[in-house]
Design a protein around this ligand. Structure first.
Ligand code: MG
Ligand code: MG
Length: 273
């Protein structure tokens, strides 16, 4: 069942979403070659608890599996749901950091793929295209459009560049639950699927692979990797459907301030008007 939110509920979701953005900004300020994802995870957990919230992923259960960390940290060919480790990040790696919080009963959820030091042009193009596909999808998340419009925006942009669009994992509604209806696929046909209503709040999160769309899950039951070991990128925003223009509840502003590099948003505007 889809729960549409009123403005008051959306403001509370925005507060949780903002804390996720700030947490990822804090993480971003510590990212460098030699740092471990366990260290980043501790920084995120402390930051969230210091701000009156709790990590949403730590203790999250799927059947008998319990996720052990605050962040999902997915490096290189790991697509999503990676578990933090004591392995130092290396120059040229990419890291998808996915963060969730619950504050005052409302969830926030956002992800960003970071470059560790200098990365190859191929990998940079993967990151840029994935980010662009997220923003194109958000452009479709307006009252009266359909879920298929969102999925098609991601799929067309990424497949035209030869990338694999992960289809076994999807975005989701969000609110008083981390995962609500509807599922939000990163593929689809324009004009098909559920019609979007004002007040629908959801996470749009393209997971895009350099090579094949095919994925597999590691023996830990969580970590999802590409089948061909080529890298994968992942960006996630939480939005509320509105007439004319979606309301983006999460923000990458704090990350981009911490990174001191040209924000993708700016690059995107320059490229696509
Ligand atoms: Mg997420
Ligand atoms: Mg999500």
């Amino acid at each position: 069942m889809v729960h549409l939110k009123n403005d008051k509920e959306i403001d509370r979701l925005r507060a949780s979403a903002d804390l996720v953005g700030r947490t990822l900004g804090e993480v971003a300020s510590h990212i460098a070659p030699g740092v471990t994802t366990n260290e980043l995870d501790k920084i995120a957990e402390e930051y969230i608890r210091d701000h009156g919230a709790e990590p949403a992923f730590k203790g999250y259960r799927v059947g008998s599996l319990v996720f052990p960390a605050t962040l999902c940290t997915s490096v290189n060919d790991q697509v999503v749901h990676g578990i933090p480790t004591n392995e130092p990040l290396k120059e040229g790696d990419i890291l998808s950091a996915d963060c969730g919080v619950i504050m005052d009963g409302f969830y926030g959820d956002s992800a960003y793929t970071f470059a560790i030091g200098h990365i190859s042009d191929d990998t940079r193009a993967l990151l840029t295209t994935t980010y662009e596909s997220l923003m194109l999808a958000i452009g479709q998340a307006t009252t009266g459009k359909r879920l298929g419009d969102i999925g098609a925006a991601v799929q067309n942009h990424c497949e035209a560049r030869g990338y694999g669009v992960v289809k076994d994992l999807v975005g989701h509604g969000i609110g008083r639950n981390l995962h609500e209806d509807p599922q939000v696929p990163n593929f689809g046909r324009p004009g098909s699927g559920r019609k979007l209503k004002t007040g629908l709040t959801m996470c749009i999160e393209p997971m895009i692979n350099r090579g094949t769309a095919s994925i597999r899950t590691e023996g830990d039951g969580w970590t999802v990797k590409t089948s061909d070991a080529l890298p994968s990128a992942h960006y996630e925003h939480m939005i509320a459907v509105r007439p004319g223009e979606a309301d983006i509840l999460t923000t990458f502003r704090y990350i981009e301030e911490a990174l001191d590099e040209l924000p993708y948003e700016q690059t995107f505007t320059q490229t696509h008007g």
